[in-house]
Structure formats: C-alpha cells, structure tokens
Design a protein around this ligand. Structure first.
Ligand code: PHE
Length: 336
C-alpha cells in the first residue's frame, strides 16, 4: 500500500538509494506506470475514478521523494560543515619556529658594528667584468687569482666576482671623496669544498677615503671592530702581507679567545687567529677612479663571513653551514 511505499522512501539513506526507489515506483517499469497500464482492464464506468486514484498515488509518491531529497541534501551539507569546523578541544601542536641562518646573523652583527661607526652600506653586482674585479684594483694580468683555475668566467667574457673589492671601484667611480662604506655580498672561487673552502661564500668590504688617513686610523678602527665582535678582552695584531690594491698591506689577527693568546689547539699554538686582509689604498687604485692620490688617502679591508662565523662560533667544518641540518642550525637560533 501507499504507507509501505512512503516508509521505503523515508528509509533511504542516500541520494543514490532514493534514485533507485524512485525508479522502482515512478520509472518506465515502475509501479505507478504499470497501474496506469492496467486501466484497460477496468470497467469503463470506473476508469475515471481509477485514473484519479492512481494520479493521487503518483503525486503523493513524488512529493515524498522530493521531501526526502531535500532532507538528504541538507544532511549532507551539515555533515560536510561538521567535518570542516575546527575542533577546539584537540591539544595544540608545537610549531617549530624558524631562525635566520648563522651567516645572516653574523653578517647583520658585523654590519651593525660598521654602521654604528658611520659606514654606509653599499652593494655591487655578483657578475662582474674583469676590469672591476682585477684591473681597476691594480691586479696585473699575470696575477694567479686571474687564472681560469681560480675564477669562474662566464661565456660572455664576464666573471663571478672573487671578492667584494670591485664594489670599492664602483662606489669611488660614482662619488666624490670623502667616503666610508661597508659592502657585504656573495663571492665565488673555483675551490673544491673542504673544511675551510667553499666555491660560493660571503665577504664584506670596508673602504674609507679621506684626507690624511694613516695606518693608525686603520689599526684603531680594527681594534674597535674586533673588540665589539669578539669581546673587549681581545687584542689585534697586524702582520705585513701583500694585496695588489693596498700598500702597505696586512693580515690582521685577533688574539685567541680560548687561551687568551697563550697558544692552544684552537689557534694551533700561536695564540692568534687570522680574521681579515687590510691595507692603505694603493695610489694606482685612486688614479683608476680619478681621485688624486696626492690629496686623498684611505684604508680598505675585507674578509670572509664564513671565516668570521667559524672563529666566533668555533666551527670545525665550513660545509656544515650549507648542509641545512636542522640540529646544527637550531644550535644557533636567535629570535626573529
Ligand atoms: N679582497 C681581499 C681578499 O679577497 C681582501 C682585502 C680587501 C684585502 C681589502 C685588502 C683590502 O682576500
């Protein structure tokens, strides 16, 4: 009877289910259709009445199916929303917070020191011409650094800068002295990676040009820098050295922080750690940028950031900086 049909409809659990039930009752082979076909067997005087009843039955079924369809759709919507709604009772997950890379941290620390002394931050391109990287810096054709084995040359005759010193030239070309700049950046050399070498590394460059500067200005500035970076108890010393773009030139050492200069394993017994190269700007470099070396003098210095980071944090292998081992990086976490 109709009741049985309506119950079946109400009991459907899904839209698919409902579709099947609908076919069973209203489809071409369905109950209502076959009742309609039966009309031929009904006596003519009762056919009108019969037809009306079958129509009512059909309408009731259609209505019930429609209602159930709306119900099922609504239930589906609620279930989906329920699944999307956050459950605030679930315990929170501890999220690991990232941190700046150690090189970035040391770079910023070094930069802050120079900026606080009045040096201005300037940068230059990593792809350079041989002129800026070598010639303008008084580095002759025969200098070993210019060898194909030491420098990455690009196919269009340029090169990847081997140091940040070309920034000195670019800045001096574009300005009038006096000036005081700090130039951080990435540099490249054809080195096979080992505990102290990487083919891609970072340097910073410092250049000061003024009237009447001398080695004592350089030394006093370096002394201040080393104490700020490594600690007030540290000392520096200058050893004679050679760079084509400075004269005189020096290697600069800082006293070992572990033995206090007595000599230990960390400083290989010498009591000193080499931190940078420096010197008084060579007159030829001034001539190359159109500064008169009779009027202007200055000092320059430069070094590898990785080297400074290794000394400051007593690292054994420069390659650890690139392994992205989170246990290593987390050891030097600083709040962002
Ligand atoms: N450019 C030198 C280097 O890469 C470092 C340096 C810079 C030395 C400035 C003297 C003056 O080793």
């Amino acid at each position: 009877g109709l009741e049985e049909v309506l119950r079946r409809i109400m009991e459907t659990a899904s839209l698919n289910d409902l579709q099947e039930v609908k076919a069973r009752y209203l489809g071409k082979q369905g109950l209502v259709t076959s009742l309609m076909k039966n009309i031929k067997e009904i006596p003519p005087e009762k056919r009108k009445e019969y037809g009306r009843e079958v129509n009512e039955l059909k309408n009731s079924i259609e209505e019930a199916i429609d209602n159930r369809k709306n119900e099922l759709e609504e239930l589906g919507r609620l279930a989906r929303e329920g699944a999307e709604r956050p459950d605030f009772t679930v315990p929170g997950k501890r999220r690991d917070i990232g941190s700046y890379h150690l090189i970035t941290q040391v770079m910023e620390e070094v930069q802050d020191i120079w900026v606080s002394m009045g040096f201005e931050v300037t940068t230059g391109p990593e792809i350079e011409t041989s002129y800026y990287n070598f010639e303008a810096l008084n580095t002759p054709e025969w200098h070993p650094a210019r060898d194909m084995h030491d420098t990455f040359y690009t196919c269009d005759g340029q090169l990847l800068r081997t140091h940040t010193s070309p920034v000195q030239i670019r800045v001096m070309e574009s300005r009038k002295p006096p000036l005081a700049i700090f130039s951080p950046g990435t540099c490249y050399r054809k080195d096979t990676p080992d505990t102290t070498h990487l083919p891609m590394f970072h340097q910073f460059e410092v250049l000061l040009v003024d009237r009447g500067t001398s080695v004592s200005h350089l030394k006093g500035t370096l002394n201040h820098f080393a104490k700020r970076l490594f600690g007030a108890d540290r000392r520096i010393r200058l050893r004679p050295s050679f760079f084509p773009f400075t004269e005189p030139s020096f290697e600069v050492d800082v006293s070992c922080g572990i033995c206090g200069g007595q000599g230990c394993r960390s400083c290989r017994g010498s009591g000193w750690l080499e931190i940078l190269g420096a010197g008084m700007v060579h007159p030829n470099v001034f001539r190359n940028v159109g500064y008169d070396p009779e009027i202007w003098s200055g000092f320059a210095l430069g070094t590898g950031l990785e080297r400074i980071a290794m000394l400051k944090y007593d690292l054994e292998d420069i390659r650890d900086l690139l392994r992205n081992d989170r246990r290593f990086l987390k050891g030097y976490r600083r709040a962002i």
